[in-house]
Design a binder for this molecule. Structure first.
Ligand code: HEM
Length: 465
């Protein structure tokens, strides 16, 4: 059996004179505390020093690339020299070595095997699940209710992902999976900003939060391995992603035993898909509803489009190409509030960016939140203006001025799934409900792995029909 292992290059030591400019730093700690307190603020300031700037977030050497050409060079031109590397060390506690965390030959193989499962014809059959679950979910809403829309979107996308991944819809099991995942997610987010040595130490000690995390993880593991066993016993003719992954055969495998994924690899991939696909879509929907609620004229146009194209029947995939304004609204919402607000790469070998030598082992951060709000590419960048997304505007926009799903060989594998889900959910709910943002609620960002609104998103519901 082939084993894939990869050694990350050591962290580089750099002489300040060799680095692009960046914000002032404190001795020893650099900008680490500022990064922990307010990562978006630090990156916004760093970007004012140039398209390539230095951030000193100890112990890493981090560069900030905030120009579309540099991001293209990083994600596309230099893709063989970079990977996720140490940037996903904490995520590995949950995901193991799935698509998000794997690099090198393992990533190449897994991407090759998994890409066909996300072909639009394969995922089309999930459209009905998305519509049905949304219809069912909103039945508990009442006219005049005040809801936490962020929690509602999270629960709804959780049910969709569990059904499409595992073909499971028992409410109690789904809730338990969601709770276990939330526990491990919270743990990862709170560890992510710690120096690696502290992180590793905490992970080994039997501290209350570490034990909670490990309990949640044990439940997720047991559930997934049980499902794998059941599938193997009862046959693999289902259309859920778990069955599809268990069915995959690698025609290029050199050894027969490598032709299928091991149970552990399948476990890592489904937990990865679960983690990467659930919260991101929920966050995208939450910000979209917030922007609609605070722009009543756009919300009215959105409702008019739904009435015109779909009327009172349930939306289907065939309707989606005709929902041009809905598409623009979602595109503009992910510009202002990219659900993954920052991504990046670690260099496995030296590369050159903007004339600067970047050594192996460095982190290069490419922050969607900053690039998407750059006045060089977007007029009135802080304004919510869905109508800016005309075909001409899209055509003239530099490729990496807008990249909510990343790009290059590591482009989000679930992009098609996410667009389909987000549009169907928006359509079903928009046919029936008007949202009014709670005026007393102040928006604050919570930039963890995804860009959640701090304290949820209180919203008043008004029934349309
Ligand atoms: C609005 C929803 C979503 C957003 C904004 C989003 C965004 C992203 C971004 C920015 C990346 C990193 C790309 C890069 O580094 O170049 C990514 C990777 C990934 N996403 Fe998504 N995603 C979403 C939904 C989904 C869904 C629904 C799934 C699965 C069902 C998914 C699965 C993945 C996986 C597996 C990767 C890693 C791909 C690789 O490295 O080969 N995502 N996503």
């Amino acid at each position: 059996m082939t084993t894939y292992s990869i050694t990350y290059p050591p962290k580089p030591k750099a002489d300040r004179a060799d680095l692009p400019p960046g914000p002032p730093e404190l001795p020893i700690v650099g900008q680490s505390f500022r990064y922990i307190r307010n990562p978006v603020g630090l990156m916004q300031e760093a970007a004012t020093y140039g398209d390539l700037a230095t951030m000193s977030v100890k112990p890493a050497l981090a560069y900030l690339a905030s120009h579309p050409d540099l991001i293209r060079q990083l994600f596309v031109d230099n893709h063989r020299s970079v990977g996720r590397g140490r940037m996903t060390l904490t995520l590995q506690y949950l995901m193991g070595m799935g698509l998000v965390t794997a690099d090198g030959p393992l990533h190449l193989r897994q991407r090759r095997l998994m890409q066909p499962q996300f072909h639009h014809r394969r995922i089309e059959s999930y459209g009905e699940i998305m519509t049905d679950f949304t219809l069912r979910h909103q039945q508990r809403w009442q006219d005049g209710d005040r809801i936490d829309l962020a929690a509602e979107m999270s629960e709804l996308t959780l049910h969709v992902v569990v059904k499409t991944l595992f073909d499971l819809d028992l409410p109690d099991t789904v809730r338990r999976i969601g709770a276990a995942f939330e526990l491990s997610n919270d743990y990862i987010k709170s560890r992510d900003n710690q120096p690696p040595a502290a992180r590793r130490l905490f992970h080994r000690l039997p501290l209350p939060f570490t034990r909670r995390f490990k309990r949640g993880l044990a439940y997720l593991d047991a559930t997934v391995y049980d499902l794998i066993e059941q599938r193997r016993e009862t046959g693999l003719d289902g259309n859920d992603l778990l069955s599809l992954l268990l069915n995959v055969r690698d025609d290029e495998a050199e050894n027969p035993e490598d032709a299928v994924m091991t149970d552990q690899q399948v476990r890592d991939e489904v937990i990865t898909l679960f983690a990467a696909g659930h919260e991101t879509t929920a966050v995208a929907l939450t910000w979209t509803w917030y922007l609609l609620a605070t722009h009543p004229d756009v919300q009215a146009g959105f409702h008019a489009e739904l009435d015109d194209v779909i009327g009172d029947r349930a939306p289907t995939l065939d309707d989606l190409p005709n929902l041009a304004l809905t598409d623009q609204i979602l595109t503009e919402s992910m510009r202002l509030y990219p659900p993954i607000w920052s991504t990046g790469r670690m260099t496995f070998e030296p590369i050159e960016l903007d004339g600067w030598h970047i050594p192996a082992g460095a982190a290069v951060v490419a922050p969607q939140f900053i690039v998407h709000r750059d006045a060089r590419w977007f007029e009135d960048p802080l304004e919510f203006r869905p109508d800016r997304w005309t075909p001409e505007f899209r055509e003239n926009l530099p490729r990496f001025a807008y990249y909510p799903f990343g790009g290059g060989p590591r482009l989000c594998i679930g992009e098609g799934f996410a667009w389909m889900e987000a549009k169907l959910l928006l359509a079903v709910l928009g046919q029936r409900w008007r949202m009014r943002h709670d005026a007393g609620h102040k928006i604050e960002l919570q930039p963890l792995v995804s860009l959640r609104p701090k304290g949820g998103m209180p919203m008043h519901l008004e029934r349309r029909k």
